[in-house]
Design a protein around this ligand. Sequence first.
Ligand code: PGA
Length: 228
Amino acid sequence: TIANLKGLKQGQLKLAVITTAKYIIPRLLGPFCQLYPGIDISLQVTNHELILDRMMNNLDDIYIMSQIPDHFDVNFQPFLENPLVVFAPANHPLAKEKNIPIERLGEERFIMREPGSGTRSAVQSLFEKHGVKVKVKLELGSNEAIKQAIAGGLGISVLSRHTLLTDATEFSILDVQNFPIKRDWYMVYPAGKQLSIIAHTYYEYLLDAAKKITEKGVLIPDYSAAEV
Ligand code: PGA
């Protein structure tokens, strides 16, 4: 029976997730731990490049990231959208404008994530593609710090829409051409690796939880929908 299976699941689950996923993955661990109280979890939150390092060194069971590694054979499964949008303070003059040309961002002070960040490389390739030069006033190694800097009036930035979760009133999302940058979160693990029963259980759990969130079809997901 299910109850028996639950009892059998004892042990450790090691997860490593990119920074944008920290707005959802810990929240979804609550219901998971209630279902499987015998499973202890370690969760690392870091940027794209350091996730790749961890994967090369086989440090974790499952990795959550937005860009599949180029030079490393992996199994991967998209489970939720992770769009990147233009964040500005709520009272920014552009907040009321529609269909803002992407070149217009060149006139704003821009706050950029650190080298090694997947957000940064996605933003840079979009700007390169459209020949946009932004004035990078500040480089910061955290989505949260960037949000504080935006709220403090230092400039605008491009961040995952998921980072907006808790404090939507302080910010506006600008309606800029070619945005959002469409991305997904993937569950990834090395191709040759066999998932443990525990890791497999989590994998199925997260797919199911993400499906429930997607079915609700809301812009800023109400993650409680997945709390089964
Ligand atoms: P980052 O990851 O922390 O490397 O920017 C976010 C992402 O790739 O979506």
